[in-house]
Design a protein around this ligand. Structure first.
Ligand SMILES: Cc1cc2nc3c(=O)[nH]c(=O)nc-3n(C[C@H](O)[C@H](O)[C@H](O)COP(=O)(O)OP(=O)(O)OC[C@H]3O[C@@H](n4cnc5c(N)ncnc54)[C@H](O)[C@@H]3O)c2cc1C
Length: 388
């Protein structure tokens, strides 16, 4: 390729939730986009699989996220309509904590934190006693020392479908998508960025690195050093009465305990979903990487999770685990997002590290990053996520 000629305005490396959305949005803004992924997304090796993701407008993680999730709810609707699919199921959702808020930093007093954000933005949100939750959903075995918040506007997003939809739309609008191709290096100069892969060499004016848990391979050390990858196990358990757990009857539940070890996330069953209830915990203490991570979940791990997390808290779930998946979080030190220019060049944007809560914001983040690349500014403020 001769100097000064470009294969694309933008190369997006990694086509999970983040990369698929920026590819679609940038192409829609009129940029020519080349998207590259080492696998064939949506796939089960990164962070954007396992059927569903929770979304809530009242994001207790902080007011900086409010405009992104609000815009994302609009985008799930329009993306779904464009491909003729329903991507978002509005089940409503609970956040549940101990009355004292618990000791965990990540989820500390999440009912109150969510209430604060809901009030700020006028989002419907009701705080409830344990008895009120048990009366509405007897499967949730809250003790009297617990309390909850309920947001009717929350729900679940079909995550693989959402990734596939955005890649389909991007391709329809002319984006080039290359799968089963691994980027091995990026190098920026005054004119653009050269991207080397195991199959070729491409050049663009801008690059987005959205490689999820593989972020350390391509991001500069400044970013790499402050990120960690953790393995998360996801289980689908058979229910005694599955209909009682479907999205039209059961809200999602984010159930924080005294510490992160007690955390349980319950995902209601969406139309057309696996005929079992998806339940997971969270862990941040053991770090890993996408190459060495144990992608198997043993029967012993299933039995332990059932005994410690499900039996004491959730009724109507049998010990029969019909499906399991390993998924990866890419975490920053403070559990917030890192979306910023690579320290080596403002032409390279890093946008994957979202500490296990990025999916619900991903279409709006993709739109904002695409706008910033196309015009130099974005409608929504990305500055809270810049290197802190
Ligand atoms: C179990 C679990 C539950 C979650 N629950 C929620 C939830 O309820 N709500 C919520 O909002 N968020 C949730 N999250 C977080 C959310 O899913 C992630 O923040 C989001 O999916 C991350 O997307 P990504 O595009 O950054 O990463 P990925 O989807 O992993 O995409 C990265 C892509 O980069 C590709 N790649 C890597 N290296 C290269 C390379 N060198 N060359 C080419 N391609 C490369 C990979 O193949 C992959 O496709 C959850 C995450 C997990 C794991």
């Amino acid at each position: 390729m001769s100097s000064g000629s470009f294969d694309a305005d933008l190369i997006v490396i990694g086509l999970g939730a983040m990369g698929a959305s920026v590819t679609y949005q940038a192409q829609a803004l009129g940029l020519s986009v080349l998207g590259i992924d080492r696998y064939e997304p949506p796939h089960e090796f990164g962070s954007s699989h396992a059927e569903t993701r929770i979304t809530r407008l009242a994001v207790g993680e902080g007011p900086q996220y409010l405009p992104f999730v609000a815009r994302s709810h609009e985008l799930w609707q329009s993306i779904g309509e464009a491909v003729g699919e329903v991507l978002f199921h509005q089940s409503g959702g609970y956040v549940i904590t101990n009355s004292d808020g618990g000791k965990d930093d990540r989820w500390h007093d999440f009912v109150t934190a969510t209430d604060d954000v809901a009030k700020l933005a006028g989002i419907p949100y009701t705080t409830l006693t344990a008895a009120e939750v048990r009366a509405a959903h007897p499967q949730l075995k809250l003790t009297d020392t617990m309390r909850a918040g309920h947001e009717p506007t929350g729900g679940v997003i079909m995550c693989e479908q959402a990734v596939a939809a955005q890649l389909t739309l991007a391709k329809q609008r002319g984006a080039m998508i290359r799968v089963n191709e691994t980027v091995t290096a990026t190098a920026a100069d005054d004119e653009g960025v050269v991207v080397e892969t195991n199959r070729g060499r491409y050049r663009a004016q801008h690059v987005v690195v959205a490689t999820g848990a593989w972020i350390h391979d391509l991001a500069a050390p400044l970013h790499g050093e402050q990120l960690s990858v953790t393995r998360q196990a996801v289980f689908w358990f058979e229910a005694e009465d599955l209909d009682a757990f479907r999205t039209d009857r059961m809200p999602f539940a984010i159930w924080t305990g005294e510490t992160i070890d007690d955390y349980v996330g319950l995902f209601p069953v969406p139309p057309g979903g696996t005929n079992a209830v998806k339940i997971l915990g969270e862990q941040f203490s053991t770090t890993t990487n996408p190459y060495d991570v144990n992608r198997e979940i043993s029967d012993a791990e299933v039995a332990d999770f059932y005994e410690t997390h499900i039996a004491p808290q959730i009724g109507g779930i049998t010990p029969n685990c019909v499906k399991r998946a390993v998924c990866l979080y890419t975490n920053t030190l403070d559990d917030h997002f890192l979306i910023d220019a690579d320290p080596r060049s403002s032409r390279i944007m890093v946008m994957s590290p979202c500490s296990g809560h990025g999916f619900k914001h991903s279409p709006a983040l993709g739109e904002a990053v695409a706008q910033k690349i196309a015009t130099g500014a974005s409608n929504l403020d990305l500055s809270p996520f810049q290197n802190r």
